[in-house]
Design a protein around this ligand. Sequence first.
Ligand SMILES: *Cc1c(COP(=O)(O)O)cnc(C)c1O
Length: 628
Amino acid sequence: MEVIPQERSWVELDLSAFAQNLDYLKSYLKSHQGFMQIVKADAYGHGAREIAELALKKGALYLGVANLEEGKLLRMQGIMAPILILSPSLESEIGEIIEYDLEPGVSDLGFAVAFSRAAGKRQRKVHIKLDSGMHRSGLRLEDALDIYRQIAALPNIHIEGVFSHFAAAESDAEFSHYQEMEFQSFVAALPHKPKYIHINNSAACIRGYGAFSNLARFGIFSFGINTTDDTAISQALKPVMSFKSRISQIKSIKKGESIGYNRDWIAEKDGKYAVIPVGYADGYDYLLSNQAKTLVNGTLCRVIGRVSMDMITIDVSQVTALQTGDIVCLLGAGDESIKAERLTGLYQGSAYELLCQIGRRARRYYVDGDSLLYSAPMSRRDFVADDFADGKLSEIISKALSQRLRSKEMGNLIYRDILRSFFANKDRDLHYRKDFVHEVSFLPSDIEGYYRVKTTLSYHKVLDSERFIIACARSDEELRRYFIRRDVEYRWLLDEKLELNEDSFRISAARVNGIELNCRIRQQQNSLEIHCSHPALEALIGQNLLFEIDTDTLYPKDMHQFSVFISELTQGVKIAFNYPEEIRVVQPVTVFSGKQKNPPITFEPGRIVVASSRQNWVFPLSGVVFSY
Ligand SMILES: *Cc1c(COP(=O)(O)O)cnc(C)c1O
């Protein structure tokens, strides 16, 4: 790799191995057959988006996911290909299944009826699942045909496919043939044959089952794992995922000493062992204790002692010229003994499970053979695609805002999902702020122990009401209440010791587009609400206007820190803090989320300015803490 990761552990995903495995699997397809790439569980831990994109490039006709969330995420990442939800969905998920244009696998009539009712005018595609012997989801054989007919008669539903699933394609030929026959005779009896008939998973495809079907569903083999005991297949497949770490310590051990919890392993002779900073919390299974092998500088080294949460120990007595920092391969290519199927074979575990759990705390590096393509953080909820230029995002957001598209356009999905998760209320009108400037000045006051604080706030925003509230709360709880109210434009937390009145909190100006608003004070028990309105605003609703709010209030000197946070999606943020000479040192700590995580900070005598670039989107709960 060009860039050698410096992390404690990381996952390497070899996309050229994946492509090679797909070619191998495709060589088993008949001329009338295509394939669906299974990307459930984040593509068995390989990254659903990356795997989906490459599989589509290699000719996949469909993508298979486990549930709505997984399908939705792919849509948000810009994937337009047909997506089948393999597991039964909940009726409560129907709205979003339709919204995100996903195709549900249907296993019962009740769901189909609800889906049909919600589908609207457009024909919505579904795949009917038959239970041919797996006895998990699917229609039971005895009434499958009857229910199929009822579903086919429902309005707004188009049956795009029928499918079933093998229970033991890799190991039980007799039962697989039985399932194959049952499925085939069901299909033969259908009044109309749907476009896609599918039953094969990877193993079934290689076994040559389901010749009458026209779509195979590739999963585990495409990731280079062989679940059969056929060694020729093992040789043809290449593991896509490798899990690597570094030696953090090398130590010697004397005969008779034990290592790790419960003293499970005791040295039979003097030797050398190494500590590796991964454990079962990283997905390295506890059951690999005392038996798994790892690969260090070309030598296989056994795990000795129990796997702990964050560490394992390996026997390195045989490795010469070993140094801390040397790379250890715990899973993947390089040697048969560290293949997932071999490791899980040690404890009768499942290779599927190991792939899904490994590298939970690790960054992913996508490679093509030896060269690094790019790396991706472990968080899969990275909804703003990293190849998105800000300009493009802005354009999409503005467009979505002005048109409220009901289409499945990706920009709309990203936009709404960002905001939905931020505001946790999908029906509320979605507006954002632009050119946000917040100036804070600490000044001397006549009240002992307090600074007088003048703040001026200005930004552009679409006006959505002719009135809004500026709130001053006296407890955190009260403040929180104002955070979830949409009619509150600005909030302030007042020191508990102060009386709530015009002296402790005053609005010195509230303007929208230069119009001085009328401010009415409403005193509550633990808060002061200033209701701002003006008759002229009504005519301006829907327009993008300049908001200016200036306040005058008090802040305790002994607090020693002052924070400014933004509560809405904002494009371009500038926060300035002006302080008197008596405060010698101010330390700003920024907490920014969005694209620019570390906005530039400028220091002048008595003034600190934190400003993101004007084009950058800053997400809510970003801000600065000034400690003094
Ligand atoms: C997971 C899954 C597959 C893929 O199976 P592999 O054994 O990984 O090839 C195929 N079909 C369905 C319905 C699945 O759930």
